[in-house]
Design a protein around this ligand. Structure first.
Ligand SMILES: [Zn+2]
Ligand SMILES: [Zn+2]
Length: 124
């Protein structure tokens, strides 16, 4: 994979870039998969189509899904937590309580997607 900060190749298991010292997955200048330059506000690479590391799902979309469809677990499906989404769908968002907890987590920005990426802020 490639460093998202300097674009040089780094080991797949490296947690820090050996070239520039930035944590792997941090940065917004290069694609971690193919190493081509990426735009800071891109969510996916234009060259190879992978989701760029460190770019979580859209925070506002997740918030709205959770607020209106949280009892169906739709926000869980959206952020890749499919198994939890199914449980929430079957239990009505854990009788609404689980859906409410998720909503609070999203509002306070403690919610992460299935890959552990924080939700991306609204880009203006
Ligand atoms: Zn680097
Ligand atoms: Zn790429």
């Amino acid at each position: 994979m490639y460093c998202r900060n300097c674009g040089l190749e780094i080991d797949e298991k490296a947690s820090v870039c050996i070239h520039c010292g930035v944590s792997a997955g941090k940065g917004d200048k290069y694609c971690q998969n193919c190493g081509t330059t990426s735009n800071p506000n891109e969510q996916a690479c234009l060259s190879c189509g992978v989701q760029l590391a460190g770019t979580g799902k859209d925070w506002l979309t997740t918030l709205l899904l959770s607020a209106f469809l949280g009892y169906l677990g739709i926000h869980r499906f959206y952020t890749g937590h499919t198994a939890i989404g199914v449980i929430q769908l079957l239990t009505g968002g854990g009788c609404g309580i689980w859906a409410l907890v998720d909503l609070i987590m999203i509002v306070t920005k403690n919610y992460t997607d299935a890959e552990g990426n924080p939700l991306s802020d609204v880009k203006i």
